[in-house]
Design a protein around this ligand. Structure first.
Ligand SMILES: [Zn+2]
Length: 88
């Protein structure tokens, strides 16, 4: 009898905890904390991952030297050039 009662209690509470926790507490709290401060840093890292100053355009962009449309370009003398024009 005691076990039956506690099992029911457990099932009930775990169900309501699931619904509440999913939408509100854990997910929102973590997302807000992470998106507030390091957002700018994170996007900068995504665009310029390495020491090399480098730009990546998913749709491609024209090289400043030869005009070839490439996805990845590197900064050279203040302009963005393709890998072939970049002096390594
Ligand atoms: Zn080029």
């Amino acid at each position: 009898m005691a076990e039956d009662a506690s099992l029911d209690d457990f099932l009930d509470s775990s169900e309501s905890e699931d619904e509440g926790g999913d939408g509100m507490s854990a997910g929102d709290g973590t997302a807000e904390t992470e998106s507030e401060a390091p957002d700018a840093d994170a996007s900068t890292d995504a665009v310029e991952p390495a020491v090399t100053t480098y730009a990546w355009s998913p749709e491609g962009a024209a090289c400043a030297e030869c005009g070839e449309v490439v996805e990845r370009r590197w900064t050279q003398d203040g302009v963005l050039v393709c890998g072939a024009c970049k002096s390594w």
